[in-house]
Design a binder for this molecule. Structure first.
Ligand SMILES: [Zn+2]
Length: 266
């Protein structure tokens, strides 16, 4: 089966997103391009924690970025919708974008409720199951109950492994557990298939990508926007990360990036 891989690059040369769409031989191949934004923390404490600074976005910058998406007609979609469209070889309707949050920090619930949902937007939350609590517990991480409430409001939960392990460093047996047990736990708690995986720290290699596929995931995302040609892109989908204090200019440059030629894998 032929796979068509379409890539969009922004003017800063970072690639936004891509998808490998399996298409039947008698159907016209569709290129599906969806920018995927990656967030961790929204707050004003970036400079006080140098190790976290790359993963914090100022509230005013975050609000401006979400407003920009609304004003420019973007529609937030889920990985579920992206995968469903890819399986049919059609592009999601309108101007799709995915807004993703990693790690399952409890504060992300407030960001989704207060900033995304009033704007008619939805989020994908990549959680690692070892951190999620049985009930709101003050641990700093979300609970399954909170995640179920967010999903009932239109958001989705996908996998970020069990323990947030460095997947390129673990033994094959642990790699299998991180992939499979996380998926099993989320499916048991949320009652829907888990299709997407975010690599902790963005770390992945060929063995990790093969393990993700073998564990039943349909795609996986990295923590940067670098894309080099070689491996199937479906299991190393790039994401856009906004930095601390970066205003709208870079965000706009990336979102308005120009397309590069489609790549074809057989
Ligand atoms: Zn993470």
């Amino acid at each position: 089966m032929k796979r068509i891989i379409s890539v969009i690059a922004c003017v800063s040369a970072a690639v936004l997103a891509l998808w490998c769409a399996p298409v039947a031989a008698d159907r016209r191949a569709a290129s599906i391009v969806v920018p995927i934004l990656m967030y961790h923390h929204v707050g004003n404490w970036g400079p006080s924690r140098a190790d976290w600074a790359p993963w914090v976005v100022l509230p005013e910058d975050f609000r401006a970025q979400m407003d920009w998406l609304v004003q420019h007609g973007y529609r937030t979609i889920s990985f579920r919708e992206l995968i469903e469209c890819a399986s049919r070889g059609v592009a999601p309707a309108g101007k799709p974008v995915i807004v993703s949050f990693d790690d399952g920090w409890a504060a992300q619930c407030g960001v989704v409720r207060d900033e995304l949902m009033p704007r008619g937007m939805r989020a994908t939350l990549f959680v690692y199951t070892g951190a999620v609590g049985p009930a709101p517990n003050g641990s700093g991480y979300v609970s399954w109950q909170e995640l179920r409430e967010l999903e009932a409001a239109g958001n989705e939960v996908q996998s970020h492994t069990v323990s947030h392990a460095r997947l390129t460093d673990v033994l094959p047996a642990q790699l299998q557990v991180e992939m499979q047990e996380s998926r099993r736990k989320i499916e048991a708690e949320m009652h829907h298939p888990v299709q997407a995986l975010a690599y902790p720290f963005g770390l992945h290699d060929r063995a990790v990508m093969q393990a993700a596929r073998a564990a039943g995931y349909e795609c996986a995302v990295r923590a940067d926007a670098d894309v080099s040609v070689g491996e199937p892109l479906q299991f190393r989908m790039p994401r856009l990360r906004m930095g601390y204090g970066e205003g709208l200019q870079r965000f706009e440059e990336c979102m308005l990036g120009s397309a590069v030629p489609a790549l074809t894998n057989n």
